[in-house]
Design a protein around this ligand. Structure first.
Ligand SMILES: [Zn+2]
Ligand SMILES: [Zn+2]
Length: 354
C-alpha cells in the first residue's frame, strides 16, 4: 500500500466546479491514498486552456462532477504510488508536467501500434480525473512529462506550463503537416495556440504570415517571429494567393466562419490543419477546390508525455516560450473569465509558491 507522504497537510486548495455552468470555487480537498500507479505532484503552475470550457459547460461527454480542471501543469513530484519505480524523472522532487493526455494503457490495439494518443482507455487530465488548478494533482504515471531543469533557465514555470497543451499541440501539428522549409505558412488567430504556432513555425523554417484584425496585432505577431501579416478583409484570400497560396494553414482560433472563409487561400497540394476546437458551427469546404487542388484537411490535438518532452527540448533550444499573465489560485474565476471572453495576453496561468 502506498501512503500519504508524512510531510503533507491533510488538505490542499483547488478550484472546483460542482456541475455544468456552476461557479468555480476554491475548496479544501483532502489528500488521499495514492493509487499504485499514480504520482502526486505539487503544482507550481497551471495554464488555463480554452478547452477548460468543456468542464465548465459540461459539453464534453462523461465528465463526473465535482471536478477540478487544468491540463497544462508544471510541478514537482511529491509522492509515488507503490508500483511506480523511482526511475528517471519519477523521483521525489523531480520537475515534471502533466498535459491534456492523462495517460494510456499500453496494451490496447492503438497503444500496441504506438498510437498512445489514440488509446481506448485514454484519460484526460482535468476531465476524467482532477486536474492542475490546485496545489496538488494526482496523475497517472504514464501522463507524467519529464521537464528538464535546464528549461527553467530560459523560462519561468508559468511560461513552461502552456507547452503541455498549447505548445505540444501546435508543434505536433506543424511536424505532422509534411511541410518543406521555406513554405508559406498562414496562421489564423493569435491567441493561446496561435502565438505559439507563430514561434514554432518560424523556428522550424517556415515563412510565417498571420491573418489578424489589426496592424498592432500584426506587429505583435512579427515580434514573435512572423515574417508578415494580412489584415482580415474580403481580399485576404486573393492577397495570399498572390504570394502563391499557403502551403500550410494553421487554424488556431475557434471561429468556424473565419476558418471557412480562409480555406480557399490554400496552395495546390497544400494542407489545412485544424488545431482549435470550434463550437460555433460547422466548417464549410469547397469539394471542387479540394479535389482539383489536391488539398489535405487534417486535424490535430495535443500528444502524449513523450511528445511534450520533445516539444520542450525544441523550445529550450530555440527560445520558444509562452507569453503569459499569472494569477493566484484565489484569482481563478477572474483569470478564467478573461480566457472565456477571448482576450487573454496570451495564456493565463495560475501560479503557486514553491
Ligand atoms: Zn488544452
Ligand atoms: Zn491503450
Amino acid at each position: 500500500m502506498s501512503t500519504i507522504a508524512s510531510n503533507l497537510s491533510k488538505t490542499f486548495k483547488a478550484a472546483q466546479i460542482d456541475g455544468p455552468n456552476q461557479p468555480w470555487k476554491i475548496v479544501d480537498m483532502p489528500h488521499r491514498e495514492l493509487k499504485p500507479t499514480e504520482v502526486l505532484i505539487k503544482v507550481l503552475a497551471s495554464g488555463i486552456c480554452g478547452s477548460d470550457h468543456f468542464v465548465e459547460d459540461g459539453s464534453w461527454p462523461g465528465i463526473v462532477y465535482p471536478r477540478v480542471a487544468g491540463h497544462e501543469v508544471v510541478g514537482r513530484v511529491a509522492a509515488l504510488g507503490s508500483d511506480v519505480k523511482p526511475v528517471a524523472h519519477l523521483v521525489i522532487g523531480a520537475l515534471v508536467g502533466v498535459g491534456w493526455n492523462g495517460g494510456y494503457c499500453s496494451v490496447c490495439e492503438p497503444c500496441r501500434e504506438g498510437d498512445f494518443a489514440g488509446c481506448v482507455e485514454m484519460q484526460v487530465s482535468g476531465f476524467t480525473f482532477d486536474g492542475g488548478h490546485a496545489e496538488y494533482i494526482y496523475a497517472p504515471r504514464s501522463a507524467v512529462v519529464s521537464v528538464p531543469e535546464s528549461a527553467t533557465k530560459y523560462a519561468s514555470y508559468a511560461e513552461i506550463a502552456p507547452m503541455m497543451c498549447a505548445g505540444v499541440t501546435v508543434y505536433g501539428a506543424l511536424k505532422a503537416s509534411g511541410y518543406t522549409p521555406g513554405d508559406l505558412c498562414v496562421i489564423q488567430g493569435i491567441g493561446g495556440l496561435g502565438h505559439m504556432a507563430i514561434q514554432f513555425a518560424a523556428k522550424l523554417g517556415l515563412r510565417v504570415y498571420v491573418v489578424t484584425t489589426s496592424p498592432s496585432k500584426g506587429e505583435l505577431a512579427k515580434s514573435l517571429g512572423a515574417h508578415g501579416f494580412f489584415i482580415s478583409s474580403p481580399n485576404t484570400v486573393d492577397e495570399i494567393q498572390a504570394l502563391g497560396g499557403a502551403k500550410l494553414i494553421i487554424c488556431s482560433a475557434p471561429y468556424s466562419k473565419v476558418i471557412s472563409d480562409l480555406i480557399p487561400a490554400v496552395a495546390r497540394n497544400g494542407t489545412i490543419m485544424l488545431v482549435g476546437a470550434t463550437t460555433d458551427g460547422k466548417i464549410q469546404i469547397d469539394n471542387v477546390l479540394f479535389n482539383m487542388s489536391r488539398v489535405t484537411l487534417k486535424g490535430w490535438s495535443c500528444g502524449v508525455a513523450k511528445d511534450a518532452e520533445e516539444c520542450l527540448n525544441f523550445a529550450a533550444l530555440t527560445g520558444v516560450r509562452s507569453v503569459v499573465e499569472t494569477y493566484s489560485l484565489e484569482e481563478f474565476s477572474k483569470a478564467y473569465g478573461i480566457v472565456k471572453t477571448g482576450n487573454p495576453k496570451f495564456r493565463n496561468v495560475i501560479t503557486f509558491p514553491e
